[in-house]
Design a protein around this ligand. Sequence first.
Ligand SMILES: Cc1cc2nc3c(=O)[nH]c(=O)nc-3n(C[C@H](O)[C@H](O)[C@H](O)COP(=O)(O)OP(=O)(O)OC[C@H]3O[C@@H](n4cnc5c(N)ncnc54)[C@H](O)[C@@H]3O)c2cc1C
Length: 483
Amino acid sequence: MTPTTAAPLQQREPLHQREPLRVAIIGAGPAGIYAGNILSKAVRDAGDEVSIDLFDSLPAPYGLIRYGVAPDHPRIKGIVNSLHEMLDTGNIRFIGNVAYGADLGLADLRAHYHAVVFATGAIRDADLDIPGIDLPGSFGAADFVSWFDGHPDAPRDWPLDATDIAVIGNGNVALDVARMLAKHPDDLLPTDIPATVYDGLAGSPVTDVHVFGRRGPAQVKFTPIELRELADVPGVDVIVYPEDFDDDELARRLLGANNQVKVMTRTLTGWLAKEPTGASRRLHLHFHHSPVEVYGDGRVEGMRFERTEATGAAAAGGASGVRGTGEIRDYPLQAVYRAVGYRGSALPEVPFDEARGVIPNDGGRVLDAAGEPIPGLYATGWIKRGPVGLIGHTKGDALETITRLVDDAALLPDPSVADPDAVLALLAERGVRFTTWPGWLALDAHERALGDADGSRVARERVKVVARGEQVDIARAGALVAS
Ligand SMILES: Cc1cc2nc3c(=O)[nH]c(=O)nc-3n(C[C@H](O)[C@H](O)[C@H](O)COP(=O)(O)OP(=O)(O)OC[C@H]3O[C@@H](n4cnc5c(N)ncnc54)[C@H](O)[C@@H]3O)c2cc1C
């Protein structure tokens, strides 16, 4: 089991001899919130004081849980309940609508805090470098996810005019995108999707969504629950193809495979035997298809793949496991979504590893170009280790980073500005309309009230407010009332 508290501090020297430790965390996704909570507990348990400011460029907290996790995954979205409790203790001060690099720079943070923890995650799509990938009708999964999850910076209109769509990738994000494209919109009514998203999906003429993976069915990166869920999508048939299942290869792969792989292979082979019900929409899973190009005259008209086969090395546990066979397949389509991974973005004045898309670090201590730790700078979450893993993994990650910070704390120089509220005055002086925890509580209550008032046929827990300005107005007005 992953421990969730930092090592006991009682045996150490008092954490900070001169004044209470002040820490800024940049990014209020799960990694930032877990880091704040672990830090707060560790320091307070040791009888010391700490003040923690949690900044986010968005007006609302929760990062990709609010703006990444699919709306029809309420159980996962429900993780915000425990994060809410952590922020509601009052031990962490949430300050939203503040972008590091635009509203506050490193010098500002150095002046106000002993330490800064970067927890800025990853929001961009990784590239897929094939001809035609930039044709109109070709999209990144991250942009589509931001649209259906109501991210304030995503375009509000999404072109859903394709009947046949390709989704490239064999991870959970590819499944989320394919499911959201294939699902009948009324089945999304109980979720928190904004009205514009419901209207957009309701106008979609889609009939066939094809998910393509380069490797074989026993090499997918899905998780069993996400895969199995496809079979339960109402009015959508899941279709798999016998040509993609090589019995010898499957048998070899399953020899040393973990339970997860065995369960998913069973699920997939079970679908081989299933007759389609004649539903109006189909979700096809294709394996051993390596993308070659997106083609079309001025916009997407289809996609070309090369069939792959397992290599001997793969069967013995090799890394990639497939090679091209030279057999080319064309699929006529009108839209392509690439879901080949997310990528972290560089932050001003903070080292960045371009190759891996992360902040270079040693267990969370940010490293300079010479590989030396930069005093007072830390990283956690997806920006620390790359965009892989579930929300739960960010907890262990935060523990590692905060343990390092606590170890270093007594040595960190005091910030030049003593007043913890001075940073708020600085933001106000710069005209930044920051939001606060009472402000989020007001916005949260407003969204829930919109859910109650919604005239849909089904009960809705919330309806998201999308526009940034509107979120900020509601949050700031609500915070004023609360104060
Ligand atoms: C489409 C999708 C679906 C997923 N579904 C699931 C799922 O079902 N179950 C599951 O367990 N995991 C899921 N995950 C993974 C999960 O979302 C991540 O593990 C987790 O969110 C990573 O946490 P994080 O805090 O590092 O990053 P994030 O959640 O991305 O949070 C980073 C925060 O930093 C803020 N930020 C960025 N730059 C700045 C800046 N310059 N200044 C201030 N703030 C900034 C962002 O606004 C954001 O709020 C999914 C991921 C994606 C992409």
